[in-house]
Write a new protein. Structure first.
Length: 66
């Protein structure tokens, strides 16, 4: 299953890394990627969407399911 999140506040590749690392730490995530230019992050796996949102917000970014 793929989950896509809209992420606000990413401005560089370093921000992508922070978001990807935050998402990768969530139980059930097989793969995570982020694109600061498009303002989105995608997750492969069966992780709970609420947990994904919490992880990104804990990392310092605003996010909503896309």
């Amino acid at each position: 299953m793929t989950t896509t999140l809209t992420v606000e506040g990413m401005g560089c590749e370093g921000c992508e890394d922070i978001v990807e690392n935050a998402l990768s730490g969530v139980n059930g995530v097989d793969e995570a990627s982020a694109d600061y230019e498009d303002g989105v992050a995608s997750v492969e796996g069966d992780a709970d969407t609420e947990s994904l949102v919490e992880a990104v917000e804990f990392a310092g970014y605003e996010t909503t399911p896309a």
